[in-house]
Write a protein that binds this ligand. Structure first.
Ligand code: FMN
Length: 398
């Protein structure tokens, strides 16, 4: 619930501004008060009248409005909220925020306050992938700005990829996580999840049976405790949880790069089933049947993400948690893995087919740390995640 919370909602000029109307409704249903601010461009997409009617409050638009300035100055306005939400956060607004520009109502409000800020970016995939936007993202994260989304999918412009604004309920979940002072409030946690796909040629790949269910549950549980979660996921069967920053990847190399981009973090949970090998020279054309016999695939070793992060001389997360999926001698293998990789904890599980764990809804894990092993009973993956998140919160508090 968000009763007695005030959200300053800055609506930027993108197609996704229409979703912000629903966001206002959802926030008010949960008891929050919403002070809306429209950029000049946003008024091209939604009308001040609709926004004001839904929010039940006046809309702030013009920095130099004499009446507004006399009633509630922009400085006071920027500090009257528990949280500033920028949705949609346009490429332009992100650029202004990252470089400290203050040349209209929205950007001036963002500069004139130390109230926490949550951005829900929305833009064309090329705009999102542009090095300038990615630079701005990194800068804003370093400045403490939190992000929800963007999601991957079909876009209003007809293209496909990351850039779609998160759905209103996902943004609400992120707002609740940020405003509910859970034990992980203010902590940034990275979670990797799902399988990786290693291409053989443009249509074939090598994969594994990871569904991504346990990683997604861990990310959700950490977000519920108030953490800012960066969720780097391979092509999983289950959808990513709401309220986390989703970074979709395909290959182990892409996952490794995404992990580097996400650092520094307070804790890293490496639940992804990363392929150990990739095809050394994946063909850029579909391999054909040939009279010369079967194709011969040569393999190359993939980056060992867990080991590399665990052994970073600079910027190692204070807590590194690995997962070990084993089919025999689980404790022995997982204990050896913890020492070999240099991580703090290993969550070990037996994934032999008879257990039904891989792709199933339950898990039976053994938590291995420097102080010994802890065997948990067979539990739902959500419950395993809640217990692990609580342990992480304890460890980071201690
Ligand atoms: C039809 C249309 C759709 C647009 N959609 C987006 C968008 O989704 N994301 C974005 O960053 N910019 C988008 N733009 C560009 C912004 O409106 C433009 O950069 C504007 O200056 C942003 O102003 P603001 O950041 O002050 O709201 C769009 C422009 C047009 C004409």
């Amino acid at each position: 619930m968000l009763s007695s919370k005030r959200i300053l909602l800055i609506i930027g000029g993108g197609i996704a501004a229409y979703k912000s109307l629903d966001l206002i409704r959802r926030l008010r249903e949960r008891g929050a008060a919403v002070t809306p601010v429209l950029t000049r461009a946003a008024e091209e997409f939604v009308t001040p009248l609709s926004v004001s009617a839904l929010a039940g409050e006046k809309v702030y638009r013009d920095l130099f409005d004499l009446t507004d300035e006399a009633e509630m100055g922009h400085i006071q306005l920027s500090r009257s909220a528990d949280l500033i939400v920028v949705a949609p956060a346009t490429a332009d607004l992100m650029g202004k925020m990252a470089s400290g520009l203050a040349n209209d109502m929205a950007s001036t409000l963002l500069m004139a306050t130390d109230t926490p800020v949550l951005c829900a970016p929305a833009m064309n995939v090329r705009m999102w992938d542009h090095p300038a936007t990615q630079r701005n993202l990194k800068q804003l994260q370093a400045d403490g700005v939190r992000f929800v989304g963007p999601n991957e999918g079909d876009m209003a412009c007809g293209e496909f990829g990351p850039g779609r604004m998160s759905e209103p309920l996902e943004i609400v979940a992120a707002i609740e996580a940020q405003l509910t002072a859970g034990p992980l409030a203010g902590k940034r946690v990275l979670v990797t999840s799902g399988p990786t796909h290693e291409p053989i040629d443009p249509v074939r790949y090598i994969a594994n049976r990871s569904s991504g269910a346990q990683g997604a549950a861990v990310a959700r549980a950490l977000a519920h405790l108030g953490a800012e979660v960066i969720f780097v996921t391979g092509p999983a069967d289950v959808p990513p949880p709401a309220g986390v920053q989703v970074v979709p990847v395909e290959t182990a190399q892409q996952m490794s790069d995404a992990v580097d981009t996400a650092l520094p973090v307070d804790a890293g949970v490496f639940a992804a089933a990363v392929a150990d090998w990739r095809v050394a020279s994946a063909s850029d054309k579909k391999l054909k049947k040939s009279r010369d016999g079967l194709p011969v695939l040569e393999f190359a070793e993939n980056p060992d993400i867990l080991k590399r992060v665990s052994q970073l001389a600079v910027g190692r997360p204070p807590l590194v948690v690995g997962f070990a999926a084993e089919t025999d001698d689980v404790v022995e293998h997982a204990t050896a893995k913890r020492l070999r990789k240099g991580c703090d904890w290993i969550v070990a599980n037996d994934v032999s087919p008879a257990t039904g764990i891989m792709g199933g809804s339950e898990n039976a894990v053994i938590l291995i740390s420097g102080s010994g092993t802890e065997e948990w009973p067979r539990l739902g993956k959500d419950e395993v995640a809640r217990r692990l998140a609580a342990k992480i919160a304890d460890a980071l508090a201690g």
